[in-house]
Design a protein around this ligand. Structure first.
Ligand code: FES
Length: 228
């Protein structure tokens, strides 16, 4: 007997931006159990999709994901790859994929999402780096200069405490990741403003405001920030 999944909170329409038959077959099986409609992106439909499945191996797929993210901000975007390609995987996440999986695992991973009772945690994750990349390091351990939130820096303090802050000093936009760190405080190399590394709070001017802080989570062996 097949157990139904996700009927109460699951998607109504899953839209396919893929022609991969392995993926489509897995989703057809899941659609029968979870009771959602599976439709091709080229077919007309009245309902906005709550899940979009995209073949990341296709040329232009990352640009498509950016556009889909804008058009369907509340949808879950699932990307699949034929072969493990770490760089492509991360690019897809940064473009707006909520979930990336190898093509053989898409059905299983989407099923897990449905069984968890909700498609979204309410906030999206944006990847910063692998946890292994920051192990044993202190201070500014990773700067992402082109995140959707502007330049951001991941900091690690004694005891492994991670925080993520905007990287540009609000006084004159000097990179704080170049600053000196002492006692949980970074001093801007520009004109000496100081900021609390845990909260982003301004401790000393000439900057007159603090810097943005992002919630950090470690999941799946990686470091992410959460955003709306
Ligand atoms: S740029 Fe940071 S204090 Fe002036």
């Amino acid at each position: 007997m097949t157990e139904a999944v996700g009927e109460a909170t699951g998607p109504r329409v899953v839209e396919l931006h893929t022609r991969d038959q392995v993926v489509i077959k897995a989703l057809r099986n899941l659609a029968g159990q979870a009771g959602f409609e599976l439709k091709d992106s080229r077919d007309p439909g009245d309902s906005a999709p709550s899940v979009l499945v995209v073949d990341i191996d296709q040329p232009g797929a990352l640009d498509d994901i950016i556009l889909l993210r804008r058009e369907f901000p509340d949808a879950l975007i699932v990307g699949h790859l034929g072969l493990p390609d770490r760089a492509r995987w991360e690019e897809a996440e940064r473009s707006g994929c909520d979930l990336v999986a190898n093509r053989g695992a898409v059905g299983r991973q989407l099923r897990t999402r449905l069984e968890s009772g909700q498609l979204f945690s309410g906030r999206r994750r944006y990847p910063i780096c692998d946890l292994a990349d920051v192990a044993g390091r202190l201070g500014a351990v990773r700067t992402v200069p082109d995140s959707p939130f502007g330049p951001i820096t991941l900091w690690q303090q004694q005891g492994g405490r991670l925080s993520c802050l905007g990287d540009l000093c609000p006084h004159a936009a000097v990179s704080l990741s170049e600053g000196e760190v002492s006692g949980g405080v970074v001093t801007c190399p520009g004109h000496g403003s100081q900021f609390d590394l845990a909260s982003g709070e301004r401790l000393r001017g000439p900057a007159d405001v603090g810097i943005d802080r992002f919630d950090v989570v470690v999941e799946d062996g990686r470091v992410w920030i959460l955003h709306a």
